[in-house]
Design a binder for this molecule. Sequence first.
Ligand code: AMP
Ligand code: MG
Length: 339
Amino acid sequence: MKKIPTVGLIMFLLFTLTGCEEQREIKYDRDFFAMDTYITCQVLSADEELAEQALDAVETAFMQIDRITNRFEQNAEISAVNQNAGVAPVKVSEDFFAMVVAALEWSDKTGGAFNILIGGVMDLWGFGSENPAVPDEQAIKTALTKTDCHKIILDAKQSTIYLPEKGMVMDLGGVAKGYATDKAVAALKKLGIKNALINAGGNVYALGSRADGTPWKVGVQDPRNPQGITALLQGRDTSLISSGDYQRYFEKNGIRYHHILDPANGYPARLSSGTTVISPSSTIADILSTALFVKGPQAGIALAESFAEVNAVMIIDEEGRIFATGDLNKYMAEQQPSP
Ligand code: AMP
Ligand code: MG
Protein backbone atom coordinates (compact mmCIF):
# COMPACT_ATOMS: atom_id res chain seq x y z
CA MET A 1 0.00 0.00 0.00
CA LYS A 2 1.25 3.48 -0.96
CA LYS A 3 2.10 5.94 1.81
CA ILE A 4 0.41 9.36 1.67
CA PRO A 5 3.03 12.16 1.82
CA THR A 6 2.87 14.30 4.92
CA VAL A 7 1.74 17.94 4.80
CA GLY A 8 5.32 18.94 5.56
CA LEU A 9 6.61 17.14 2.51
CA ILE A 10 3.98 18.77 0.30
CA MET A 11 4.92 22.20 1.66
CA PHE A 12 8.58 21.47 1.06
CA LEU A 13 7.89 20.46 -2.53
CA LEU A 14 5.69 23.53 -3.11
CA PHE A 15 8.34 25.91 -1.82
CA THR A 16 11.06 24.17 -3.79
CA LEU A 17 9.07 24.18 -7.02
CA THR A 18 7.80 27.74 -6.79
CA GLY A 19 10.84 29.25 -5.12
CA CYS A 20 8.50 31.07 -2.71
CA GLU A 21 10.86 30.78 0.19
CA GLU A 22 13.64 32.46 -1.75
CA GLN A 23 11.54 35.41 -2.78
CA ARG A 24 10.39 36.52 0.63
CA GLU A 25 11.81 40.01 1.00
CA ILE A 26 12.46 41.65 4.33
CA LYS A 27 12.75 45.37 5.01
CA TYR A 28 16.14 46.66 6.10
CA ASP A 29 16.54 50.30 6.99
CA ARG A 30 19.14 52.86 7.89
CA ASP A 31 19.12 56.49 9.00
CA PHE A 32 22.07 58.78 8.62
CA PHE A 33 22.91 62.45 8.52
CA ALA A 34 24.38 64.09 5.42
CA MET A 35 23.92 67.36 3.55
CA ASP A 36 22.59 68.95 6.70
CA THR A 37 19.65 66.57 6.43
CA TYR A 38 18.36 63.53 8.26
CA ILE A 39 18.18 60.81 5.59
CA THR A 40 16.25 57.56 5.84
CA CYS A 41 16.50 54.59 3.54
CA GLN A 42 14.54 51.35 3.37
CA VAL A 43 15.58 48.45 1.19
CA LEU A 44 13.63 45.25 0.56
CA SER A 45 15.72 42.16 0.03
CA ALA A 46 15.73 38.45 0.67
CA ASP A 47 19.44 38.61 1.35
CA GLU A 48 20.61 40.45 4.46
CA GLU A 49 24.17 40.84 3.24
CA LEU A 50 23.01 42.34 -0.04
CA ALA A 51 20.65 44.68 1.81
CA GLU A 52 23.49 45.95 4.00
CA GLN A 53 25.64 46.43 0.92
CA ALA A 54 22.79 48.39 -0.68
CA LEU A 55 22.35 50.60 2.39
CA ASP A 56 26.11 51.22 2.42
CA ALA A 57 25.93 52.24 -1.24
CA VAL A 58 23.16 54.74 -0.56
CA GLU A 59 25.02 56.25 2.36
CA THR A 60 28.24 56.42 0.32
CA ALA A 61 26.50 58.24 -2.53
CA PHE A 62 25.18 60.96 -0.20
CA MET A 63 28.47 61.28 1.69
CA GLN A 64 30.42 61.57 -1.55
CA ILE A 65 28.22 64.28 -3.03
CA ASP A 66 28.14 66.07 0.33
CA ARG A 67 31.94 66.06 0.40
CA ILE A 68 32.22 67.81 -2.97
CA THR A 69 29.30 70.26 -2.66
CA ASN A 70 29.50 71.42 0.95
CA ARG A 71 30.75 74.97 0.58
CA PHE A 72 31.33 75.32 4.33
CA GLU A 73 33.91 72.54 4.06
CA GLN A 74 37.36 73.89 3.19
CA ASN A 75 38.43 70.83 1.20
CA ALA A 76 35.27 70.49 -0.88
CA GLU A 77 35.54 70.97 -4.64
CA ILE A 78 32.98 73.75 -4.43
CA SER A 79 35.22 75.64 -2.01
CA ALA A 80 38.11 75.42 -4.48
CA VAL A 81 35.84 76.75 -7.24
CA ASN A 82 34.66 79.63 -5.04
CA GLN A 83 38.09 80.48 -3.67
CA ASN A 84 39.39 80.68 -7.23
CA ALA A 85 36.67 83.05 -8.44
CA GLY A 86 38.40 85.66 -10.59
CA VAL A 87 41.68 83.78 -10.19
CA ALA A 88 41.78 80.54 -12.18
CA PRO A 89 39.76 77.61 -13.55
CA VAL A 90 39.51 74.63 -11.20
CA LYS A 91 39.61 70.97 -12.19
CA VAL A 92 36.55 69.18 -10.83
CA SER A 93 35.21 65.61 -10.71
CA GLU A 94 32.81 64.17 -13.27
CA ASP A 95 29.96 64.38 -10.73
CA PHE A 96 30.61 68.01 -9.93
CA PHE A 97 30.82 68.95 -13.60
CA ALA A 98 27.61 67.05 -14.41
CA MET A 99 25.73 68.75 -11.59
CA VAL A 100 26.76 72.20 -12.77
CA VAL A 101 25.86 71.39 -16.39
CA ALA A 102 22.38 70.22 -15.33
CA ALA A 103 21.92 73.26 -13.10
CA LEU A 104 22.83 75.66 -15.90
CA GLU A 105 20.62 73.90 -18.44
CA TRP A 106 17.59 74.11 -16.16
CA SER A 107 18.46 77.62 -15.10
CA ASP A 108 17.94 78.64 -18.72
CA LYS A 109 14.79 76.54 -19.06
CA THR A 110 13.29 78.28 -16.03
CA GLY A 111 14.20 81.79 -17.12
CA GLY A 112 16.84 82.13 -14.41
CA ALA A 113 14.57 81.15 -11.49
CA PHE A 114 17.22 78.56 -10.63
CA ASN A 115 20.56 80.25 -10.10
CA ILE A 116 23.63 78.50 -8.67
CA LEU A 117 25.46 81.81 -8.25
CA ILE A 118 22.98 82.77 -5.53
CA GLY A 119 25.67 81.87 -2.93
CA GLY A 120 26.74 85.44 -2.17
CA VAL A 121 23.15 86.50 -1.49
CA MET A 122 22.50 83.36 0.58
CA ASP A 123 25.49 84.26 2.77
CA LEU A 124 24.01 87.69 3.53
CA TRP A 125 20.83 86.07 4.88
CA GLY A 126 22.76 83.48 6.89
CA PHE A 127 20.13 80.72 6.78
CA GLY A 128 21.31 77.81 8.86
CA SER A 129 23.73 79.99 10.81
CA GLU A 130 23.32 80.93 14.48
CA ASN A 131 21.95 84.37 13.71
CA PRO A 132 20.18 84.73 10.38
CA ALA A 133 19.01 88.28 9.73
CA VAL A 134 17.43 90.50 7.10
CA PRO A 135 20.39 91.96 5.19
CA ASP A 136 20.94 95.54 4.19
CA GLU A 137 19.14 96.30 0.92
CA GLN A 138 22.23 97.76 -0.71
CA ALA A 139 24.28 94.71 0.23
CA ILE A 140 21.73 92.51 -1.55
CA LYS A 141 21.89 94.72 -4.64
CA THR A 142 25.69 94.49 -4.70
CA ALA A 143 25.67 90.70 -4.23
CA LEU A 144 23.16 90.36 -7.08
CA THR A 145 25.71 91.84 -9.51
CA LYS A 146 27.71 88.63 -9.05
CA THR A 147 24.96 86.21 -10.05
CA ASP A 148 25.08 86.08 -13.85
CA CYS A 149 25.35 82.34 -14.53
CA HIS A 150 26.04 82.89 -18.21
CA LYS A 151 29.48 84.13 -17.25
CA ILE A 152 30.53 80.78 -15.77
CA ILE A 153 33.21 79.22 -17.98
CA LEU A 154 33.04 75.46 -18.41
CA ASP A 155 35.66 73.37 -20.17
CA ALA A 156 34.32 69.87 -20.68
CA LYS A 157 37.58 68.52 -22.14
CA GLN A 158 39.66 69.66 -19.19
CA SER A 159 36.76 69.21 -16.75
CA THR A 160 37.33 72.68 -15.33
CA ILE A 161 34.99 75.35 -14.02
CA TYR A 162 35.86 79.00 -13.78
CA LEU A 163 33.95 81.73 -12.02
CA PRO A 164 35.44 84.71 -13.83
CA GLU A 165 34.71 87.46 -11.27
CA LYS A 166 35.85 87.86 -7.70
CA GLY A 167 32.86 87.75 -5.38
CA MET A 168 30.99 85.09 -7.40
CA VAL A 169 29.86 82.30 -5.06
CA MET A 170 28.48 79.00 -6.29
CA ASP A 171 25.85 77.22 -4.19
CA LEU A 172 24.64 73.76 -5.21
CA GLY A 173 22.20 73.39 -2.29
CA GLY A 174 19.22 73.27 -4.65
CA VAL A 175 20.47 70.31 -6.71
CA ALA A 176 23.01 68.26 -4.70
CA LYS A 177 20.48 66.10 -2.84
CA GLY A 178 18.67 65.23 -6.05
CA TYR A 179 21.91 64.37 -7.80
CA ALA A 180 23.03 62.23 -4.84
CA THR A 181 19.66 60.46 -4.92
CA ASP A 182 20.12 59.58 -8.60
CA LYS A 183 23.56 58.16 -7.77
CA ALA A 184 22.16 56.18 -4.86
CA VAL A 185 19.35 54.74 -6.99
CA ALA A 186 21.79 53.77 -9.75
CA ALA A 187 23.89 51.95 -7.16
CA LEU A 188 20.82 50.11 -5.82
CA LYS A 189 19.81 49.01 -9.31
CA LYS A 190 23.34 47.81 -10.03
CA LEU A 191 23.16 45.60 -6.95
CA GLY A 192 19.88 44.16 -8.18
CA ILE A 193 17.67 45.85 -5.58
CA LYS A 194 14.16 46.25 -6.96
CA ASN A 195 12.32 47.85 -4.05
CA ALA A 196 13.53 50.69 -1.86
CA LEU A 197 12.59 54.10 -0.52
CA ILE A 198 15.04 56.94 0.02
CA ASN A 199 13.89 60.06 1.85
CA ALA A 200 16.32 62.94 2.23
CA GLY A 201 14.18 65.53 3.99
CA GLY A 202 11.29 65.56 1.53
CA ASN A 203 13.57 64.58 -1.32
CA VAL A 204 12.13 61.13 -2.01
CA TYR A 205 12.81 58.34 -4.49
CA ALA A 206 10.40 55.40 -4.62
CA LEU A 207 12.00 52.36 -6.24
CA GLY A 208 9.57 49.56 -7.07
CA SER A 209 6.97 48.99 -4.38
CA ARG A 210 6.35 48.09 -0.76
CA ALA A 211 6.57 44.51 0.49
CA ASP A 212 2.85 43.93 -0.17
CA GLY A 213 3.21 45.08 -3.77
CA THR A 214 1.43 48.39 -3.27
CA PRO A 215 3.20 51.64 -4.23
CA TRP A 216 5.30 53.55 -1.73
CA LYS A 217 3.40 56.46 -0.21
CA VAL A 218 4.78 59.91 0.45
CA GLY A 219 3.11 62.57 2.58
CA VAL A 220 3.66 66.14 1.41
CA GLN A 221 4.05 68.33 4.47
CA ASP A 222 1.47 71.02 5.08
CA PRO A 223 3.64 74.18 4.93
CA ARG A 224 1.74 75.75 7.85
CA ASN A 225 1.34 72.67 10.05
CA PRO A 226 4.46 70.60 10.77
CA GLN A 227 2.27 67.71 11.96
CA GLY A 228 -0.08 67.71 8.98
CA ILE A 229 0.12 66.73 5.35
CA THR A 230 -1.40 68.56 2.39
CA ALA A 231 -1.48 65.50 0.16
CA LEU A 232 -0.62 61.82 0.22
CA LEU A 233 1.13 60.81 -2.97
CA GLN A 234 2.25 57.46 -4.29
CA GLY A 235 4.58 56.34 -7.03
CA ARG A 236 6.79 53.60 -8.43
CA ASP A 237 10.24 54.13 -9.89
CA THR A 238 10.02 57.86 -9.57
CA SER A 239 11.23 60.70 -7.46
CA LEU A 240 8.78 62.92 -5.59
CA ILE A 241 10.67 65.95 -4.41
CA SER A 242 9.35 68.75 -2.25
CA SER A 243 10.69 72.20 -1.42
CA GLY A 244 9.07 74.62 0.95
CA ASP A 245 9.34 77.77 2.98
CA TYR A 246 8.98 75.59 6.11
CA GLN A 247 12.32 73.83 5.69
CA ARG A 248 14.75 76.61 6.67
CA TYR A 249 13.48 79.95 7.86
CA PHE A 250 13.37 82.58 10.58
CA GLU A 251 10.67 85.04 11.53
CA LYS A 252 10.99 88.74 12.19
CA ASN A 253 8.11 91.12 12.93
CA GLY A 254 5.69 88.37 11.93
CA ILE A 255 7.28 87.86 8.52
CA ARG A 256 8.72 84.52 7.49
CA TYR A 257 12.09 84.73 5.76
CA HIS A 258 13.05 81.44 4.14
CA HIS A 259 15.88 79.89 2.16
CA ILE A 260 14.50 79.87 -1.39
CA LEU A 261 15.55 83.16 -2.89
CA ASP A 262 14.18 84.89 -5.95
CA PRO A 263 17.28 85.60 -8.05
CA ALA A 264 15.46 88.59 -9.55
CA ASN A 265 15.60 90.55 -6.28
CA GLY A 266 17.59 88.53 -3.73
CA TYR A 267 14.64 88.17 -1.29
CA PRO A 268 12.76 85.00 -0.30
CA ALA A 269 10.33 84.08 -3.09
CA ARG A 270 6.80 85.01 -2.04
CA LEU A 271 4.36 83.35 -4.42
CA SER A 272 4.51 79.79 -3.04
CA SER A 273 4.73 77.99 0.28
CA GLY A 274 5.52 74.52 -1.09
CA THR A 275 6.23 72.67 -4.33
CA THR A 276 6.41 68.99 -5.22
CA VAL A 277 7.86 67.70 -8.48
CA ILE A 278 7.44 64.12 -9.72
CA SER A 279 9.99 62.97 -12.29
CA PRO A 280 12.11 59.88 -12.94
CA SER A 281 15.15 62.15 -12.55
CA SER A 282 15.81 63.30 -9.00
CA THR A 283 18.33 65.84 -10.27
CA ILE A 284 15.70 67.54 -12.42
CA ALA A 285 12.98 67.22 -9.77
CA ASP A 286 15.25 68.80 -7.15
CA ILE A 287 16.17 71.72 -9.40
CA LEU A 288 12.56 72.26 -10.42
CA SER A 289 11.13 72.02 -6.92
CA THR A 290 13.25 75.08 -6.14
CA ALA A 291 12.80 76.87 -9.49
CA LEU A 292 9.03 76.40 -9.68
CA PHE A 293 8.71 77.62 -6.10
CA VAL A 294 10.27 80.88 -7.30
CA LYS A 295 8.01 80.97 -10.38
CA GLY A 296 4.87 80.58 -8.27
CA PRO A 297 1.68 78.64 -9.02
CA GLN A 298 0.51 80.27 -12.25
CA ALA A 299 3.78 80.52 -14.18
CA GLY A 300 5.21 77.42 -12.48
CA ILE A 301 2.40 75.07 -13.48
CA ALA A 302 2.32 76.40 -17.05
CA LEU A 303 6.07 75.91 -17.38
CA ALA A 304 5.97 72.43 -15.83
CA GLU A 305 3.34 71.31 -18.37
CA SER A 306 5.89 72.02 -21.12
CA PHE A 307 8.62 69.74 -19.72
CA ALA A 308 8.60 66.13 -20.98
CA GLU A 309 10.93 65.14 -18.11
CA VAL A 310 8.29 66.05 -15.52
CA ASN A 311 5.38 63.72 -14.75
CA ALA A 312 3.45 65.95 -12.38
CA VAL A 313 3.78 69.03 -10.21
CA MET A 314 1.91 70.42 -7.23
CA ILE A 315 2.39 73.99 -6.01
CA ILE A 316 0.87 75.33 -2.80
CA ASP A 317 0.49 79.09 -2.77
CA GLU A 318 1.00 81.45 0.18
CA GLU A 319 -2.62 80.93 1.29
CA GLY A 320 -2.51 77.15 1.15
CA ARG A 321 -4.38 76.79 -2.15
CA ILE A 322 -3.25 73.86 -4.26
CA PHE A 323 -2.36 74.15 -7.94
CA ALA A 324 -1.38 71.10 -10.00
CA THR A 325 -0.58 69.83 -13.46
CA GLY A 326 -3.23 67.63 -15.05
CA ASP A 327 -1.43 64.41 -14.22
CA LEU A 328 -1.13 64.87 -10.47
CA ASN A 329 -4.24 62.77 -9.80
CA LYS A 330 -2.38 59.71 -11.12
CA TYR A 331 -0.14 60.02 -8.07
CA MET A 332 -2.75 60.80 -5.42
CA ALA A 333 -3.15 58.08 -2.79
CA GLU A 334 -6.00 57.46 -0.38
CA GLN A 335 -5.55 59.81 2.60
CA GLN A 336 -5.05 57.16 5.27
CA PRO A 337 -1.92 56.46 7.26
CA SER A 338 0.38 54.00 5.52
CA PRO A 339 1.33 50.92 7.52
P1 AMP B 1 15.74 73.16 -2.00
O1 AMP B 1 15.67 72.83 -0.56
O2 AMP B 1 16.05 72.02 -2.90
O3 AMP B 1 14.58 73.96 -2.47
O4 AMP B 1 17.00 74.09 -2.17
C1 AMP B 1 17.17 75.25 -1.41
C2 AMP B 1 18.62 75.59 -1.41
O5 AMP B 1 19.02 75.94 -2.73
C3 AMP B 1 18.97 76.77 -0.54
O6 AMP B 1 19.31 76.35 0.76
C4 AMP B 1 20.13 77.39 -1.30
O7 AMP B 1 21.31 76.67 -0.97
C5 AMP B 1 19.78 77.11 -2.74
N1 AMP B 1 18.94 78.15 -3.38
C6 AMP B 1 18.11 79.07 -2.83
N2 AMP B 1 17.46 79.77 -3.77
C7 AMP B 1 17.90 79.28 -4.97
C8 AMP B 1 17.61 79.60 -6.33
N3 AMP B 1 16.73 80.52 -6.66
N4 AMP B 1 18.26 78.90 -7.28
C9 AMP B 1 19.15 77.91 -6.97
N5 AMP B 1 19.46 77.58 -5.72
C10 AMP B 1 18.84 78.24 -4.72
MG1 MG C 1 15.78 71.70 -4.90
